[in-house]
Design a protein around this ligand. Structure first.
Ligand code: FAD
Length: 467
């Protein structure tokens, strides 16, 4: 094997976990190759975060034109939807960003190897290209960042035309007249919003008795109300058992308690979670330990698997399955390889549901916090915030949860305009182990939406001014 095929680190998968790890490792002086079987950028850039947000932004503009502007004294004429152009813009956004990863690889001298990787033995990676040609790489260390894929339900096999995963639902060629969405998690809700805004009737079927299981219950219930006002219908404690395509339509057989119903739809989106992608790697053969659900087991600090020299990060190890968590692990794992003491502070990892209004959160929800702490909670509605009033976007509120004894911040939850950006302030506060008093005492420019966070923090101490 030639010297040029020896690497300090071989990364498998170029999603946000893998490509970020590869770049950081190269910055730290390692000789790095990153293997990707599809397009650079992984789920996030190609069929996840970015295309969904591109469509959420486009569809929100369309919806605003037909629903939100008359209150501002703006009357528009006939509005037409050109779905082809909207999808084309989405593809351009994706292309620009995935191309950007390639540029960053070249700039940082990360060797991009195209093909599907297997690990025949610790320290070795075999790559099979699209043409069947194979190449072997020797690696001091191997980092698995192969991500996740949508879970398929046995009775609802994906055909990606009528019965779709999120990938299919990001690329419908026409607006379905009726869309049934199985799963009330963030992916189901974001895509329900896109298609509802563009004109679909949307029914969400959810197994539990509420949407967004891990979110703060009160905030999730408030978001559900908003989505219902937008015309999205929810049916809880409902199991989708089977779907059949009959004459171009889908019949979804579902059960609520003892009651069985067949729902008719043009398209079905199944968004019931994601499973780790490990199938082609050959991990069982080399003795890598996995969890019962098929995630790769790792040491929580070093991310080393049960096999020396083999590491894993991102969705494939489970936990919070979000892009910024994968990125943070990608940085931490390679910095630790380089001898630094980096670690990921999962307690300050935010998450966002990009509906309208957005729901963003960092830290514990009320039920989680109440399990170990006596709480003080402050809430502040956007209806009492000057900027939200000026914008005409007064739905939602901020909820600050702190420890009653120490005042330490335990969680911040924001349902409202710009929540995805506002949560950054709360995230920094959590990262610095701030108290509710710190948040309440910091200046906010006036008039801004951020004043609602300050007021909620003040309210936790009974000192809100505008409430
Ligand atoms: P991935 O991004 O899944 O990348 C893994 C890569 O490994 C893939 O490119 C795959 O082709 C490659 N690979 C797999 N096996 C092999 C092999 N054997 N050889 C070579 N290459 C291989 N997260 C957020 O934080 N914010 C959001 O708004 C958000 N929105 C989302 C919307 C949707 C519709 C979806 C589906 C997901 C969304 N996510 C979001 C989740 C986010 O996309 C993932 O958490 C993130 O992509 C995980 O990164 P990763 O690097 O672990 O894996």
């Amino acid at each position: 094997m030639g010297d040029q095929q020896r690497f300090d680190l071989v990364v498998i998968g170029a999603g946000p976990g893998g490509y970020v790890a590869a770049i950081r490792a190269a910055q730290l002086g390692m000789r790095v190759a990153c293997i990707e079987r599809a397009t650079l950028g992984g789920t996030c850039l190609n069929v996840g975060c970015i295309p969904s947000k591109a469509l959420l932004d486009s569809s929100e503009r369309y919806h605003q034109l037909s629903h939100g502007l008359d209150r501002h004294g703006i009357r528009v004429g006939k509005i037409e939807l050109d779905l082809g152009v909207m999808m084309g813009r989405k593809r351009e956004v994706v292309k620009a960003l995935t191309g950007g990863v390639g540029l960053l690889f070249r700039k940082n001298k990360v060797e991009h190897v195209q093909g599907c990787a297997t690990i025949p033995a610790a320290g070795q990676v075999r790559v099979t290209g699209a043409d069947g040609a194979t190449r072997s790489l020797d690696a001091e260390r191997i980092l698995i960042a192969t991500g996740s894929a949508p879970i398929e339900l046995p009775g609802l096999k994906f055909d990606e035309t009528h019965i779709c995963s999120s990938t299919g639902a990001l690329a419908f060629s026409e607006v379905p007249q009726r869309l049934v969405v199985v799963g009330g998690g963030y992916i189901g809700l974001e895509l329900s919003s896109v298609w509802r805004r563009l004109g679909s009737e949307v029914l969400v079927l959810e197994f539990m008795d509420r949407i967004l299981g891990p979110s703060d219950q009160k905030m999730a219930a408030a978001l559900q109300k908003q989505l219902e006002r937008q015309g999205i219908e929810f049916r809880f404690k409902t199991v989708a058992e089977k779907a059949e395509v009959v004459s171009g339509k889908v019949q979804v057989h579902c059960k609520t308690g003892e009651k069985s119903v067949v729902e008719q739809a043009d398209r079905v989106l199944v968004a019931v979670g994601r499973r780790p992608v490990t199938d082609k790697l050959g991990l069982a053969e080399i003795g890598v330990e996995m969890t019962a659900k098929g995630f790769i087991k790792v040491d929580p600090l070093t991310y080393q698997t049960s096999v020396a020299g083999l590491f894993a990060i991102g969705d494939v190890i489970g936990g919070i399955m979000l892009a910024h968590k994968a990125e943070a692990e990608g940085v931490a794992v390679v910095e630790r390889m380089a001898g630094e003491k980096s670690r990921v502070n999962y307690a300050a990892c935010p998450s966002v549901v990009y509906t309208h209004p957005e729901l963003a959160q960092v830290g514990l929800n009320e039920a989680e916090a109440a399990a170990d702490h006596e709480l003080k909670i402050g809430e502040f509605p956007f209806a009492a915030n000057g900027r939200a009033r000026a914008m005409g976007q007064t739905d939602g509120m901020v909820k600050v949860i702190a420890d009653a004894r120490t005042d330490r911040l335990l969680g911040v939850h924001i349902l409202g305009p710009g929540a995805s950006e506002l949560i950054g302030e709360a995230t920094v506060a959590m990262e610095f182990a701030a108290s509710a008093g710190d948040l309440a005492g910091a200046f906010c420019a006036h008039p801004t939406l951020a004043e609602a966070i300050k007021e909620a923090a003040l309210a936790s101490g009974g000192a809100a001014i505008h409430k």
